[in-house]
Ligand binder design. Structure first.
Ligand SMILES: Cc1ncc(COP(=O)(O)O)c(C=O)c1O
Length: 456
């Protein structure tokens, strides 16, 4: 591949990613083995609070060589060192809230790891957070802990959808939905969203037409990954009523529920002002995006309808780990200030990305997102300019976007997720995760601009 593109790491260094390279050899977190960032902050240092009570999200917290999927997985596909920046996987690069580390440190003082006696306090912490943040009152009996959103959704699909029957998703949608459907042995139907003034919106005519009697579940993503939509009450009510009418149960994945841009407001599905609509749903969510705890393997689902909840429970078996429970309880009980600051930081990073693209990447189309730390960038013009479609065929790549993924790594060092993995409507797009220090994001944008502005 490198050869076909006429680039190797050496020419990349000489021609393409000068700023990125400066980052690699400077203070930024990159995959370069000699990056100074690796000395910039060791894991044992305590997190600095600035004097004005602000956490320092500008300070790079290097994750390279920590067996982390975002930075340590892609280089396996680019063994000659072309990979520099992991902007694909949806985890944050920030050091976690100090209250979490402190709670874990406290627990590891006791050196016995036998079965836990109760998860009541973590469940209560989840209930409090959901009430305080989102105005949804959940009884502890309405909630089940899980070890991930995947297991919760898969259990719901097994409970509600006879094998080989169907679920519907509005696309572009989180690519994990396709894996969940496969694991639950059900078919997935894409309902491609419409673009209205750049914004992705549900296509209700298409949804209605595709909700045939063998479609049993609407797998909703709120906020929507990768498009960043935070669905409004009107949109959710219309969707909820359509699902009721068509006998389709709503499984709402709300894992990104806390990461909401300023000026936007999350409407949890369970808060909708129609009890019949709410009672037709199960909500699956987690602490993991809010506090970057994906590796702790803890999540939960809840329903206002005890019958639906019992049906999912019958297909679900998961237990949470002692450390996952300790981390979650600490995060939800003491982490609000850290999270609010992280969210505000990411909000300003989104604005920075938007302004940068408008000013310096004329070929890339960006629609201001409403939530999540994802941006879904339209690189169609660049793909066209490099004939990604034809090149994908020539090189046996899964899609034009997969070819472009490699092209971008070889030409800029930046690794993004291909839009085609998110179902219909993702063509031409790439997903970029902005949950990093602004200095890293700035280098990433410079590197992408340098590469793409050369070809279009
Ligand atoms: C919408 C959505 N659902 C689920 C997941 C994965 O959840 P978990 O790791 O808890 O299984 C992700 C991860 O990025 C996601 O974006």
């Amino acid at each position: 591949m490198t050869k076909h593109m006429g680039l190797n790491r050496r020419t990349f260094m000489q021609n393409a990613g000068l700023t990125a390279l400066a980052g690699a050899a400077g203070t930024l977190a990159t995959a370069a083995p000699h990056a100074d960032a690796q000395e910039s902050m060791s894991a044992s240092e305590s997190y600095p609070r600035l004097s004005n009570g602000k956490y320092d999200f500008d300070r790079v917290y290097n994750r390279v060589n920590t067996n982390c999927s975002r930075w340590d997985s892609p280089p396996r596909n680019y063994p000659n060192g072309e990979f520099q920046y992991g902007m694909g996987v949806a985890s944050m690069d920030f050091e976690c809230a100090p209250c979490i580390t402190e709670a874990l440190q406290e627990r590891i003082k006791h050196h016995n790891w036998g079965y836990m006696s109760s998860t009541q306090s973590v469940t209560e912490a989840i209930v409090r957070w959901t009430g305080d943040r989102h105005g949804v009152d959940i009884g502890v009996e309405e909630l089940t802990l899980s070890d991930g959103v995947y297991p919760g959704v898969i259990a719901a699909l097994r409970a509600f959808v006879p094998q080989h029957e169907k679920i519907i998703v509005t696309t572009p949608a989180y690519n994990g939905f396709y894996t969940m459907a496969e694991q639950a042995n059900v078919q997935i139907v894409d309902s491609q969203m419409k673009r209205v003034n750049g914004r992705f919106e549900f296509d209700f005519d298409d949804l209605e037409a595709k909700m045939t009697p063998d479609v049993r579940v609407m797998l909703l993503c709120n906020p929507q990954n990768p498009t960043g939509n935070v669905w409004t009450e009107d949109e959710l009510m219309r969707l909820g009523k359509l699902c009721l009418e068509k006998n389709v149960i709503v499984v709402s994945d709300e894992i990104h529920c806390d990461i909401i841009r300023s000026g936007q407001k999350l409407v949890p599905f369970a808060s909708l002002p129609d009890q019949a609509v709410v009672n037709n749903s199960v909500i699956v969510t987690a602490v993991s995006k809010t506090f970057n705890l994906a590796g702790m393997k803890i999540a939960h689902y809840y329903s206002k309808n005890p019958i639906l909840l019992a049906r999912v429970n019958a297909y679900h078996r998961a237990e949470v780990s002692t450390l996952g429970a300790a981390a979650t309880e600490a995060a939800y009980t003491h982490g609000a200030d850290w999270f609010d600051q992280a969210n505000a930081y990411m909000d300003s990073t989104h604005t920075m990305v938007e302004e940068y693209i408008t000013a310096k990447m004329p070929s890339v189309v960006y629609t201001r997102n409403e939530g999540t730390f994802m941006t879904f960038l339209d690189f169609s013009k660049v793909l066209q300019a490099i004939d990604a479609e034809g090149q994908a065929v020539a090189h046996g790549k899964q899609s034009a976007e997969h070819y472009f993924q490699d092209w971008l790594v070889y030409n800029s060092g930046v690794y993004l997720n291909p839009g085609s993995t998110y179902g219909m409507g993702g063509e031409g797009h790439m997903r970029l995760n902005i949950a990093s220090s602004k200095a890293v994001i700035k280098d990433v944008l410079d590197a992408i601009a340098l590469a793409t502005n050369k070809v279009v």
